[in-house]
Design a protein around this ligand. Sequence first.
Ligand SMILES: O=C(O)[C@H](O)[C@@H](O)[C@H](O)[C@H](O)COP(=O)(O)O
Length: 260
Amino acid sequence: MVKVYKYSEKQELARKVGEFIVECQDRAIGEDGNGTFAVAISGGSLVNVLRASLVDDDELSAKVKWSKWQVYFCDERLVPLDDPQSNYGAFKTAVLDPLSHHGDHLNLGPTVYTINEALVHQGSHQNEKIAEEYASLLPPTGFDLLLLGCGPDGHTCSLFPGETHKYLLSETRTVAWCHDSPKPPSDRITFTLPVIAQARNIAFVAEGSSKQQIMHEIFDQKNVSLPTALINASHPEKVHWFVDNEAFSKVHDQSTVTNR
Ligand SMILES: O=C(O)[C@H](O)[C@@H](O)[C@H](O)[C@H](O)COP(=O)(O)O
């Protein structure tokens, strides 16, 4: 069953997400310490949670083995990496830059996989190429953890609901070009359902009142035309939701809520 962890305080939520990430990290690296941790992150508000938990929380940050991390982006906007809209750019500002001031952390990794920015804004053919190249970089045995957001319309990654975007949900390639994103910018690349199916752990983070209605549609109505609800239904054993009370306040069926 999908598990939901619900918190009243932002800081507590961030800490619990961080603890979950560290657990996934430790399992992936293994007791001998020889493994690596393949993790993919989303854009939007998630980077703030990562900053609060993995950088600003001293107790947790001491447990993060950055040199073992291989960081990818679940979706990326097709803009230069220093554009304010870039998901990599947001991660760099929120996490990588502050890390460089944390002792010797940055000398020890992480390895971050970005889109090929030389191909950005060069037309459709090159947008397809960006997706294809990014797909070729993905870890062959799948991700240890996907950290996902949830839009107020029920999208996740750049998998949007509705007829216009159905092509993304039937995509068999692991990374697709999304050419008509309703959330700007319109051109993005996104992981597809096969990547989600192969991942070992999936964590969604959803906070705030803008998520109330969609949480009701996902958890009460179980409307599987929403990519987020579809992922819940397809992979209940590995899906975890970290939510705040506000986002989850319109959900009638609270049976998925459990403690961590
Ligand atoms: O690049 C993107 O736009 C994101 O990856 C996107 O999928 C995001 O995760 C959701 O839109 C939730 O964003 P918020 O957490 O900011 O609402």
